[in-house]
Design a protein around this ligand. Structure first.
Ligand code: PRP
Ligand code: HPA
Length: 178
């Protein structure tokens, strides 16, 4: 499994100055296009959850690129998936948390009945940068009184120190960049 991890590194491209000057954008589209690489991501995450968090109840996927990995992982584990979405997408009563992006504010929401108090959840997104998005997702979990086992991402941009922002919740990443 860990030998196939090297393939993942080869399937992430870097684009300078996207979407704005000075940003080196890590692009996962080649990884999704290669079924072996995509399966390797899910294999590694499945192994992680089965060995460390057998008590898990649900995967929570983050809008939108967390939806590429979260539901696939949930299916592999034989458990359900709940959605954390950008503002205005979910019907019925919702909880919301606003967070700061590089430019301005955004808001994440979850349906108020998505999780029961005490249910054990792993949050899944494609990438951790400043941690603002994942932090807002953790706040939503707190509002529903769900328990966060771990925050899982495919890519962690270490220099932005997102994992520090998320303390005390643990972060697990497959690929790390400065
Ligand atoms: C990207 C990425 C993460 C977030 C990471 O999503 O998919 O969700 O940014 O950045 P942060 O750690 O600084 O919050 P984006 O907001 O671009 O939305 P998208 O997934 O809908 O493209
Ligand atoms: N790549 C993809 N998504 C992102 C990045 C990145 O480098 N930074 C923030 N969101």
């Amino acid at each position: 499994l860990w030998e196939r991890r090297r393939l993942l590194e080869e399937r992430v491209r870097a684009f300078p100055d996207f979407p704005s000057p000075g940003v080196l954008f890590r692009d996962i589209t080649p990884l999704l296009k290669d079924p072996i690489a995509f399966r390797t991501v899910i294999d590694i995450l499945e192994h992680r959850v089965r060995t460390h968090y057998p008590q898990i109840d649900f995967i929570a996927g983050l809008d939108s690129r967390g939806f590429l990995f979260g539901p696939v992982l949930a299916q592999r584990l034989g458990i359900g998936c709940v959605l954390i979405r950008k503002k205005g997408k979910l019907p019925g009563p919702t909880e919301s948390v606003s967070y700061t992006l590089e430019y301005g504010q955004a808001e994440l929401e979850i349906q108020s009945d998505a999780l029961e108090p005490g249910e054990k959840v792993i949050l899944v997104d494609d990438l951790l940068a400043t941690g603002g998005t994942m932090c807002a997702a953790c706040e939503l979990m707190k509002k529903l009184k769900a328990d966060i086992l771990e925050c899982v991402v495919v890519i962690e941009l270490k220099s932005l120190k997102g994992a520090e922002k998320l303390k005390p919740f643990p972060v697990y990443s497959l690929l790390q960049y400065d």
